[in-house]
Write a protein that binds this ligand. Structure first.
Ligand SMILES: O=C(O)CCC(=O)C(=O)O
Ligand SMILES: [Fe+2]
Length: 414
C-alpha cells in the first residue's frame, strides 16, 4: 500500500484537475437596478425621510446622525473599534424603505453565485442593516460571519447618493476586484475610505430557506448535464488500472466557507449544506457511486513552515483535542493511534514510509477556507501547549483493484 507514485498518469490526471477547476463559481456578482424612492427613519424625538431621487447632503447628514456606531463580529462577539470599522448603522426596526429586492435580482444571484447547477431550493432574503459611510468612514479587510448554517452570502445595495471613495474591494485567489454594488460570499473584502459625501447601503442576508439535500434533490433538470464532461474524465481516470491500484482517496479542497464549531458540529450534518461547486463535486462522485464524505484533516503546525505538509490525518469527525491530557507523539501518529480515521500521504510528495498510510490524490487542492486550530499539551522535554491545524475537505474513497466499490464491501479486509 505504501509508496504509490502517480508516474505516467500525470497527463490524464492534469486534465481531470483542469476539468474540476472549471466548475468554480465566482464568489461575487454585481449589477445595477433603478431606484428613486423614499426611506423613512426614526430619529430622536421624531422621524426623518430621504428621497433618493435627489438626496441632499443635509438630509444624508441627518440620517447619519440618527445612526449608531457600527460594530463588527470577532469570535462570535460584537466589537466596536473605529480603527477597524468607522460607519453608522441602523437596525431594520428603525427604518422603512421603498426599495425591495425583486425576483429578478434573486434569479441573477442564483444564476451567478450558485450557477443553478444544483437545486439549492428557494432563497430567503432578510433585511439585515442600513449603513451610512460618511466622510472618513471605511471598513478594513474582513470576511463576513454567516449568521447561521443556512446563510450563503449577503447582498449589499448601495443607494444612489453623491459620494467619492467607499469602493467595495474583494480579494480572491490573489486578484483584487473593485465593485460599486455587490453580492458577496465568504471571501475577504473591505470598504475603502469615503472621501466626500455619504455612502448609504442596505445589507440583506441570503439564506437557503430549506434544508438542502443535493443528494436527493428533485428539481428542474437542465436539458444537458453541464457536469457530464467532468464525470467522463474522472470515470476514465478511475478505470485506468494504474490509478491507485491498491486503493486510496480522491481529495477535494472546498471552495466555500461553512459555519461550524469543532466542539459541536458533526461532519455528516455539514454534508447536505455544501453549496455551489462543492455540492457539484458531491454530485459528480455520487453519480460514479463513489463513497464520499467530509473529513476533518489534521496536521502539525510545523508543517506550515515547510512548503506543503506531506502527511495528514483524515478524521471521520472533528476531534476535541482540548480534552486530551497530553500528546506524546507527533500529532498525526497520535491521532492515528487514538481515533477513527486514516493517515494519508500525497503521492506527488515525499515517498511514504509506512504501510499504514494511504495515498490521497488532490483533484482540487486543499484550501484553508475552513481551517481551525486545536490546542493540546505536547509532551516532549517539557510539557508545552501546542497546536494541531485542521481543515475540512471532501474525500471520495477509491477501492483497490478487484474490490467492489459499493458499501457492502467495506467490511471485507485484506
Ligand atoms: O458596504 C459594503 O459594501 C460592505 C459592507 C460589509 O462588508 C459588511 O457590512 O460586512
Ligand atoms: Fe463584510
Amino acid at each position: 500500500m505504501s509508496g504509490y507514485k502517480l508516474g505516467k498518469l500525470s497527463q490524464q490526471l492534469s486534465s481531470v484537475k483542469e476539468a474540476f477547476g472549471t466548475i468554480d463559481e465566482p464568489p461575487f456578482c454585481s449589477g445595477t437596478v433603478p431606484f428613486s424612492g423614499l426611506l423613512f427613519y426614526r430619529s430622536i424625538g421624531g422621524a426623518g425621510a430621504v428621497n433618493f431621487s435627489s438626496a441632499t447632503e443635509e438630509e444624508l447628514a441627518s440620517l447619519a446622525g440618527a445612526c449608531q456606531r457600527a460594530t463588527f463580529g470577532v469570535e462570535q462577539k460584537d466589537v466596536l473599534d473605529e480603527s477597524y470599522r468607522k460607519a453608522g448603522k441602523m437596525d431594520p426596526s428603525e427604518f422603512a424603505t421603498q426599495f425591495s429586492v425583486t425576483p429578478d435580482m434573486i434569479d441573477a444571484i442564483r444564476d451567478t453565485l450558485l450557477q443553478s447547477r444544483v437545486d439549492q431550493g428557494p432563497i430567503r432574503v432578510e433585511l439585515y442593516k442600513l449603513n451610512v459611510y460618511g466622510p472618513g468612514s471605511f471598513f478594513k479587510a474582513h470576511v463576513d460571519t454567516p449568521r447561521d448554517d443556512k446563510m450563503f452570502g449577503s447582498l449589499v445595495v448601495v443607494l444612489p447618493t453623491v459620494h467619492e471613495g467607499g469602493s467595495l474591494i474583494f480579494r480572491h485567489r490573489g486578484q483584487e476586484h473593485t465593485l460599486d454594488t455587490a453580492k458577496a460570499v465568504d471571501i475577504e473584502h473591505e470598504v475603502s475610505v469615503v472621501t466626500s459625501g455619504y455612502r448609504v447601503t442596505l445589507t440583506y442576508n441570503l439564506y437557503f430557506s430549506e434544508l438542502q439535500t443535493p443528494r436527493t434533490a428533485f428539481g428542474i433538470m437542465p436539458k444537458e448535464d453541464p457536469l457530464s464532461g467532468i464525470k467522463e474524465a474522472l470515470s476514465a481516470l478511475l478505470d485506468d488500472e494504474k490509478f491507485l491500484p491498491h486503493g486510496g482517496f480522491l481529495g477535494f479542497g472546498l471552495s466555500h466557507k461553512y459555519p461550524f464549531n469543532p466542539q459541536t458540529t458533526h461532519l455528516e450534518h455539514l454534508l447536505p449544506r455544501l453549496k455551489g461547486s462543492d455540492a457539484d463535486i458531491l454530485k459528480i462522485c455520487d453519480s460514479l457511486s463513489l463513497r464520499t464524505s467530509l473529513k476533518a484533516i489534521y496536521h502539525h503546525k510545523f508543517s506550515f513552515s515547510t512548503r506543503k505538509p506531506s502527511r495528514y490525518f483524515l478524521a471521520d469527525d472533528f476531534i476535541d483535542l482540548d480534552s486530551e491530557m497530553q500528546v506524546e507523539y507527533d500529532i498525526v501518529d497520535y491521532l492515528q493511534h487514538t481515533y477513527d480515521g486514516t493517515r494519508v500521504y500525497d503521492p506527488d510528495g515525499p515517498a511514504s514510509d509506512s504501510e499504514a498510510e494511504q495515498p490521497i490524490v488532490w483533484i482540487k487542492p486543499l484550501t484553508k477556507s475552513n481551517s481551525f486550530r486545536e490546542a493540546f499539551v505536547a509532551f516532549g522535554n517539557d510539557a508545552t501547549l501546542d497546536f494541531a491545524w485542521g481543515d475540512v475537505c471532501l474525500v471520495a474513497e477509491v477501492h483497490a483493484l478487484g474490490k467492489e466499490s459499493d458499501s457492502e464491501s467495506e467490511h471485507v479486509s485484506d
